[in-house]
Design a protein around this ligand. Sequence first.
Ligand SMILES: N[C@H](CCC[C@H](N)C(=O)O)C(=O)O
Length: 281
Amino acid sequence: MFYHASITDLVKPIYYTQFMKLDFLKYEGAGNDFILIDNRNETFSLVDDTETIKKLCDRHFGIGADGLMVLQMKNGFDFEMLYFNADGREGSMCGNGGRCIVAFANHLKVIEGETNFLAVDGPHYATISENGNWVSLQMIDVQDIKTDGDAFVLNTGSPHYVLEVEDLASKDVYQDGKTIRYNETYSAKGINVNFVEDLGDHYFVRTYERGVENETFACGTGVTAVSMAMAKKKGLTGRIKNSIRVPGGNLNVNFNYDGNSFNNVFLEGPATFVFEGSINI
Ligand SMILES: N[C@H](CCC[C@H](N)C(=O)O)C(=O)O
């Protein structure tokens, strides 16, 4: 007696035992793009799997993104944000990622209009527009700005180096950023390197990002750091409001500065759903 197995009988068991399906949504904030995972049911098991997260973020072998974020429940907050850089390692705070996860939470109906959530650098308050794609995110207060030659160094949730330059459009941000990020002072912990040009009614900013190890289209903690560094450099105080153009769009940064500390800091801009899918991992 012969049993004729169909091709699907033969293929299915192999297919199902080798792969696990991961559902995701893709968002971008001024071109800084992220994979978003809903982990409210606590099934996401890749938190320590650097290689898989790196592959998911890879633009040739995976979905492609500057980072991956996980939304999960947290007592006392609307949700918790876990953030991984494209190199697969857990990063420090990501401003554009923070804005995108707020749009994601709003889409999932975990929040409505405003939120208090927890990220790696502490609690964050944010509001979202009615159409769900403009997010204003409160960032941490900052006291400490150091200098390194002509540059400013500060932590806005992630560490940043800010240098004012001329003719930023023709600068080799990848090469020059990488040289600073890997110099003696910063190589061990790494740093995000921002170049800024003052164009009168707005700043133009380009950033080499640690953890992506490349120039990205936008960096939220980066433009926040630039705005603070420029206020200090120019001796401005009071309520400061800056429009910032980055390669992927426009962001706004607002804060109070009394000459010593920056508080009531808000990063504002678009947070846009791009596509959803599932991937075999
Ligand atoms: N793109 C991010 C910055 C991520 C920081 C990350 N590169 C690190 O230093 O861990 C942002 O919008 O703020």
